[in-house]
Ligand binder design. Sequence first.
Ligand code: NAP
Length: 239
Amino acid sequence: MSSALALGLNSQGFEFLLYNPTRAKAEGLKRRLKNAELWQGQSFDVVVLGFKPQKLSEVMEELTRILKPETLVLSLLAGVKLEKLQRHFGSRVIRLMPNLAIAEGRGVCLWSSPLDKKDNAFWQVSLNALGFAPSVSEPELDLYTLHAGCSPAYMYFLIHEMKELAQRAGGDPALAAKILTLSLQGALGQLTGEEDFKALITQVASKGGVTEATLSHWQESGALSQGLEAGLKRIQQLS
Ligand SMILES: NC(=O)c1ccc[n+]([C@@H]2O[C@H](COP(=O)([O-])OP(=O)(O)OC[C@H]3O[C@@H](n4cnc5c(N)ncnc54)[C@H](OP(=O)(O)O)[C@@H]3O)[C@@H](O)[C@H]2O)c1
């Protein structure tokens, strides 16, 4: 995700210093950026936290030795609260919740910032390069982590499951994936999010039909909504 962020911000005039425990990963990203070096102890103004939230305590000690009080910390860590980050890294922390399409400027990057108006105005302009980048409160950032960060995987899961279904039923999984991907592009491509989604469902799911059979099963079993609730619960556990 930190690679996607760097690629999305590549046009914004930043100079990148790259560090990854697996050096080849940093070298690979360096080749894709306009203005980047491997980090070898150089000083920097902003640091992006792009490791797994579970690694925070392990990395914290290492990082606090490197950071200056004025260093701005951009945290990608899902669920980890501003208060906790500020306690460890000082007051200059912004939380981001992006998805991978930010690499091409077609993603969503929610952000929550306690910084002043001038700093926030700067970051709003920079983050706009990633796609849709609304500034939100911290509880909203956590809530919409499912909608921004996780939703692409929910879609990929559906495609994967439907590929498997095609295979089990003697079909061609590759063709199934193509049909589904193009169908989703056609169905979602022109949407803005302001549509009446219940009405859109009714357009497809006629009474007693095939679509309704699947949707009713999802609704009655509660599996889909319980899965989403489990995601929300996990965010609280990570904080
Ligand atoms: N993936 C998403 O779609 C998504 C969406 C929103 C937010 N996020 C957030 O983004 C963060 C990264 O997620 P990810 O999916 O990109 O995970 P990832 O693919 O596992 O990447 C994590 C990276 O952190 C590196 N790392 C491990 N220890 C480190 C250390 N001590 N210092 C610096 N880097 C270290 C890993 O390097 P090695 O491979 O060498 O161990 C790896 O390259 C998470 O906090 C997640 O909550 C992810």
